[in-house]
Design a protein. Structure first.
Ligand code: GAL
Length: 431
């Protein structure tokens, strides 16, 4: 019976591409399906809260090197980022030199002269974890050798190097750029690598990067995934819809992931892509740049969404506002809350939004977001927040790090353009 429910989820729901999950007949059944697959993934004890780390692509692209990785590992420790929970250092695309005559991948000898094992050892010596990138097709998006046909070999090699995290892309797969999205093909290819990773016996966090067209939130757990990209690449820009290319802005990414909360939880997370916080239009990935309020909003919303927090800026050279945003333990605690709830939008009016994320201890995180390009004030009621109208809460402002006292019935904020303020509401004993 359980098995058949699982099959229904995978094979039926992917075909109909609907959030209501046909075959599981509604929300309750979908929850049961999710629980079955969650248990399997949770056994590995990987990604029990959203993964946190740094990825080379946004800042360094094809110029990533062992020097950059070593210095980034050093900076992760010296800046305090490690202390607030960031742990994975992930080398993205274009680290490759090629495949040798035995079919073994090797890194670019100029940029990685010491080899990957030595680099992984260095990262581990700092108490951090080491991640790498490959692709389910014949080539990576950066035209390097892909893992298609080499899944077992590559997985074992990565395990031998000491890899703890694999980001697995979907370029150069038969249908990757077509509108005839082939779910079965994607599932098969991601499962092949998922199985190969498991067979190594090394716990390797599996990050699926299919960008969303084949609804990986429906099958990500089934193939062993711990996180799955829900949309195309977030660029360093506040608002940009996808215009036929792979570039989107922060708002689009939020909107795509906003209705997928039921698929996220311990062991497997929706991934709205990396943080562009601190890029300031100087990275390999551009877009025009965001201001600090917009960067802070990205951090706030990613935490409300229980998203993986993968930094993309050059953490060796962060300015003070970037540090303030990335090192805010109060907002990170919302992301890392062990219930693993993805926050959801409870109110939207005149481009003002209220979001809610239930936390442990009957607490609730509330985000108030102004999408307008002008100052706005907003007030939300307990009813709008789906709270008991008679309840009183102690309110804590997560960016001001200040207790605001007791509130009963409403929460208000004055918001600058694109600002998001976040509050934690804790049940109040006193009446
Ligand atoms: C894209 C992916 C990016 C980055 C890039 C590397 O497909 O979405 O995050 O990994 O490939 O070529």
């Amino acid at each position: 019976m359980l098995r058949s429910i699982k099959n229904v989820v995978v094979w039926v729901s992917v075909l109909v591409f609907t959030f209501s999950i046909a075959g599981c007949a509604g929300k309750m059944a979908a929850k049961n399906c999710m629980q079955q697959t969650k248990e399997a993934v949770c056994d590995q004890k990987l990604a029990m809260t959203p993964p946190m780390g740094w990825n080379s692509w946004n800042s360094f692209g094809e110029n990533v090197s062992e020097k950059v990785i070593r210095e980034t590992a050093d900076a992760m420790v010296s800046t305090g980022l490690k202390d607030v929970g960031f742990s994975y250092i992930v080398i993205d695309d274009i680290w490759h030199g090629g495949r040798d005559s035995d079919g073994r991948l090797y890194p670019n000898p100029q940029r990685f002269p010491s080899g990957m094992k030595a680099l992984a050892d260095y990262v581990h010596s700092k108490g951090l974890k080491f991640g790498i990138y490959s692709d389910a097709g014949t080539k990576t998006c950066g035209e390097m050798p892909g893992s298609f046909g080499y899944e077992e070999k590559d997985a074992q090699l990565f395990a031998d190097w000491g890899v703890d995290f694999l980001k697995y892309d979907y370029c150069y797969c038969p249908d990757y750029a077509s509108t005839n999205n082939d779910y079965k093909m994607a599932i098969a290819r991601y499962k092949k690598m998922g199985d190969a990773l498991k067979a190594t016996g090394r716990p390797i966090l599996y990050s699926i990067c299919e960008w969303g067209p084949r609804s990986p939130w429906l099958w990500g757990r089934e193939v062993g995934g711990n996180m799955w990209r829900t949309s195309y690449d977030v660029h360093d820009i506040w608002d940009r819809p996808r215009n036929g290319d792979g570039e989107i802005g922060i708002l689009t990414s939020i909107d795509v992931v906003s209705n997928l909360g039921r698929f996220a939880g311990p062991g497997g997370w929706n991934d709205p892509d990396m943080l562009v916080v601190g890029l300031n239009n100087t990275g390999f990935i551009k877009g025009g740049g965001c201001n600090d309020i917009e960067y802070r909003t990205q951090m706030s919303m990613w935490c409300m969404l229980a998203a993986p927090l993968m930094m993309g800026c050059d953490i060796r050279n962060m300015n003070e506002s970037t540090k303030t945003i990335l090192l805010n333990k109060d907002i990170i605690d919302i992301d890392q809350d062990v219930l693993g709830n993805q926050g959801y939008r409870v109110m939207r009016k005149d481009c003002l939004e209220a979001w809610k994320k239930p936390l442990t201890g009957n607490r609730v995180a509330v985000a108030l977001l102004n999408r307008n390009s002008a100052d706005r004030s907003v007030t939300v009621s307990w009813e709008a927040l789906e709270l008991d109208p008679a309840a009183r809460y102690n309110v804590y402002d997560v960016w001001k790090h200040t207790a605001l006292g007791q509130a009963n019935g409403t929460l208000s904020a004055d918001l600058k353009p694109h600002e998001c303020q976040v509050f934690v509401l804790s049940p109040s004993e006193s009446k």
